[in-house]
Design a protein around this ligand. Structure first.
Ligand code: HXC
Length: 551
């Protein structure tokens, strides 16, 4: 008997129940087609729809490709581990009316959202689809993004947004603006809890730009990415200024002038590859440890080249990146804001397998002074590392803060205070390495003992003082120098005296402000040992609602 015949057969009476002959009920009506075939048809319909959604409109996809851009799904394929993407809300459509919107209701509503893995670690992600309403953000689009943000936050996973959007969807009016507000609110709630990464791969106009500014890291791609509040047309209408998209908000502008772009890339492949690299160095959330690799024996490493890189003369330039290359595992580090505020370097790297944040003055640019931009750049980086438990290694070679009216008018005191505030507040392990000079307020700010560094190491070339010998002699011996028969000879003698008294290599170490004066070749091993020593550091902050960082 076949299964379907079994289904139709009358139910036999149980044994011993034939006392009375009961009427047998008629068999239940059976549908013409078995249930499994109907399910198959439904599944096929669903698969066809899915395939159509995934393929997109071919003309629009071709246009996207002709602009040198990949589609949202192609980008997710590059970003995430193979076959790891789990999509959410693929079938979602907007519910808007008016302006012909009811006749155009594409599935996804212009954003592909969900979760996947990067090197096996969970991330939540959205990718805006410029082929649908120019990736513009309406209510449903915003709710999809908010949904993955909520999931990222509740599961403690990094959140990554791939942006390619004309901004607020004009046809949906205030509901679009409301959608942005909900995203910003979540950006702020997630700040310091999960890493947030914004990747700009096309236009990112209006509201979308703020979400990018609220993220921890922003990636941009040359030629195709633009970030601005209002596009060139509006700019021209309002101010009369004629400007191109790239001039207004291209990767070059944000990578070198505004400081909004943390990383700038030539193409989408290398950009998304670097997003993966960045994620590989970040903890999933503020309660997780940064992903460490096994020790590579750095505690026993010597690096004789370090002494050759740094000239003994305090004013001779050199590239601090070469120092970093010697200090970190495999000479490999990820530099943030490579083209902005180049007088300070901020980088993520590993030392003996442990992720560290490195801040270093760059004597090659503006002699490594701290100015407005450098202070902002380093302050934000220090705060990020502190929020996510990443130890800080600070390489000091700084002549001071940049003097002058430009800097004073631009608020160097206020911005310098941000860096000071960030270090004072940081409770992660902190190691300071004074490579050469460290003068004045800039010495204090660059993670000095007085503001809470845990371990201060100095090379024998260290010069820690209120100011350099020449400047100091000019101030404290002005009258004698003015009256001297041979001021040059007197100045030389006074400079030597000052240097011997106040800036000799052990001056700060004798006073406990430097914990050890080390051979430059031993820096990598000393830092690796320091990190091991500080691994279990715990510091409880005094309860308060929040501090008042000088924004
Ligand atoms: C609805 C939009 C749109 C938008 C683009 N499109 N932006 N639809 N709302 N904001 C649609 C276009 O109508 C077009 O549809 C398709 O997307 C592609 O756009 P094009 O203009 O053909 O593409 P392109 O030439 O590449 O120019 C892209 C662009 C431009 C630079 C992004 O579209 C543009 O300037 N858009 C407006 C940007 C803007 O000002 N946004 C509002 C920001 S105000 P069809 O059907 O023709 O393919 C804002 C407020 C929030 O966001 C503030 C919160 C703080």
């Amino acid at each position: 008997m076949s299964i379907s015949e079994l289904d139709r057969a009358p139910v036999p009476a149980p044994a011993g129940e034939h006392i009375r002959s009961l009427p047998v009920p008629p068999p239940a009506p059976v549908p013409d087609r078995p249930r499994s075939r109907s399910m198959r048809r439904l599944r096929e319909e669903r698969d066809r729809l899915r395939d159509r959604i995934v393929a997109g409109r071919s003309q629009a996809v071709d246009r996207q490709h002709s602009l040198g851009k990949r589609t949202a799904r192609e980008r997710l394929d590059l970003l995430l581990d193979e076959d790891s993407f789990v999509e959410i809300d693929m079938f979602r459509r907007h519910q808007a009316h008016g302006l012909g919107m009811e006749r155009q209701r594409p599935h996804t509503d212009g954003v592909v959202a969900g979760s996947g893995t990067i090197d096996g670690r969970r991330v939540f992600v959205y990718a805006q689809d410029f082929t649908i309403f120019g990736g513009s953000l309406g209510e449903a689009h915003a709710l999809k993004i908010q949904k993955v943000m909520d999931l990222a936050l509740s599961t403690g996973s990094p959140f990554i947004g791939l942006n390619d959007s004309g901004g607020a969807r004009i046809q949906e009016g205030v509901m679009s603006l409301n959608g942005y507000g909900g995203i910003f609110q979540r950006n702020v709630q997630a700040s310091g809890v999960i890493p947030q990464i914004s990747v700009v791969l096309g236009p990112c106009a209006g509201g979308a730009a703020y979400s990018t500014a609220l993220a921890d890291f922003t990636f941009m791609v040359h030629d195709t990415a633009q970030l601005y509040l209002t596009g060139p047309d509006v700019v021209e209408a309002v101010t009369g200024e004629s400007v191109t998209h790239a001039q207004l908000g291209g990767a070059q502008v944000h990578g070198t002038r505004s400081g909004l772009a943390t990383f700038v890339h030539d193409d989408e492949e290398s950009c998304l590859e670097d997003v993966r690299y960045l994620v590989s160095m970040l903890p999933s959330n503020n309660l997780a440890l940064p992903p460490a690799l096994p020790s590579c024996g750095a505690a026993a490493d010597t690096r004789p080249r370090l002494a050759e890189i740094v000239p003994v003369e305090p004013n001779k330039p050199y590239d601090m990146r070469l120092v970093i290359t010697e200090l970190v595992d495999e000479g490999d580090f990820l530099e943030l804001h490579e083209g902005w505020a180049q007088n300070v370097i901020c980088a993520l790297a590993r030392i003996d397998g442990e992720v560290v944040g490195i801040v270093g003055n760059q004597p090659m640019v503006l002699a490594g002074v701290l100015d407005v931009a450098a202070s902002q750049k380093a302050a934000r980086f220090v705060r990020f590392c502190d929020a996510f438990g990443i130890p800080l290694v600070t390489l000091v070679d700084v002549p001071g803060f940049l003097p002058g009216t430009d800097q004073e008018y631009d608020g160097i005191i206020r911005h310098g205070a941000k860096l000071l505030y960030a270090y004072c507040e940081a409770s992660v392990p902190r190691i300071q390495v004074i490579v050469r000079k460290a003068y004045g307020g800039a010495y204090i700010v660059m993670d000095s003992r007085s503001i809470g560094t845990d371990l201060s190491l100095a090379w024998p070339t260290n010069e820690i003082a209120v100011m350099g010998a020449e400047g100091a002699v000019n101030v404290i011996h002005r009258r004698e120098l003015a009256a001297a028969a041979d001021p040059a000879a007197l100045r030389a003698r006074l400079v030597e005296e000052y240097s011997e008294e106040l800036v000799h290599p052990n001056y700060a170490a004798e006073r406990g402000l430097v914990d050890d004066v080390i051979d430059p070749a031993d820096t990598r091993s000393a830092v690796a040992r320091g990190l091991a020593m500080l691994r279990d550091k715990r510091k409880q902050a005094t309860p308060r609602k929040h501090g008042n960082v000088p924004l």
